[in-house]
Design a protein around this ligand. Structure first.
Ligand code: IMP
Ligand code: MG
Length: 177
């Protein structure tokens, strides 16, 4: 299964150009903030967060959270559970949740509410990709990389059964069964 090379959907060059543009936009929007706390959602966001954070020209710190959704891994059940919270105190700070992909929207909606309970100064969201047609809940993505169709994608942090996360591009694999 993981010997297959996924087909390219979004190339490494396209991703890097988009990440640079998003970083410029974020740096401009938060230019007056003392600090931006970037909260990466494990595991999928780790590469996007690494690239995006290093392109910013504003003071920033990094936190991670982890969630698990109940039910089958590839079908979002809508029920999300926090399995690891931020370690630092984010009260009164500007928070940017950094996600790999928004599918139904349940995860990002839950996380936005979760972060707000820490009473930060603000909460915004960034996602590298969004499956626009799959939305089940209304969520705003403040900084979006790309809209894609309803297909399973891998690479640049995204996995299929834990494989392909370190591919430099976003591609797709056809599940064999
Ligand atoms: P949502 O709650 O339905 O928006 O699900 C979002 C989560 O499902 C993401 O954070 C990913 O972990 C996972 N996910 C959804 N679609 C894909 C995909 O195409 N590839 C890899 N992971 C995905
Ligand atoms: Mg994720």
């Amino acid at each position: 299964m993981n010997k297959e090379t996924p087909e390219v959907l979004i190339s490494e060059e396209e991703i890097q150009a988009r990440v640079l543009a998003l970083a410029a936009e974020i740096s401009s929007d938060y230019r007056d903030a003392d600090e931006l706390v970037m909260v990466g959602v494990l595991k999928g966001s780790f590469i996007f967060l690494a690239d995006l954070s290093r392109r910013l020209s504003i003071p920033r710190t990094i936190e991670f959270i982890a969630v698990s959704s109940y039910g089958n891994g590839s079908i979002s059940s809508g029920a999300v559970r926090l399995v690891m919270d931020v370690r630092g105190n984010i009260e009164g700070k500007h928070v940017l949740i950094v996600e790999d992909i928004v599918d139904t929207g349940h995860t990002i909606k839950y996380l936005t509410g979760m972060m707000k309970s820490h009473r930060p100064a603000s909460v915004k969201t960034a996602a590298l990709v969004r499956k626009a047609e799959s939305a089940e809940v209304d969520v705003t993505i403040d900084y979006l990389g790309f809209d894609i169709g309803d297909e399973w994608v891998v690479g640049y942090g995204l996995d299929f059964a834990e494989q392909y996360r370190t591919l430099p591009y976003i591609g797709f694999v056809k599940p064999t069964d």
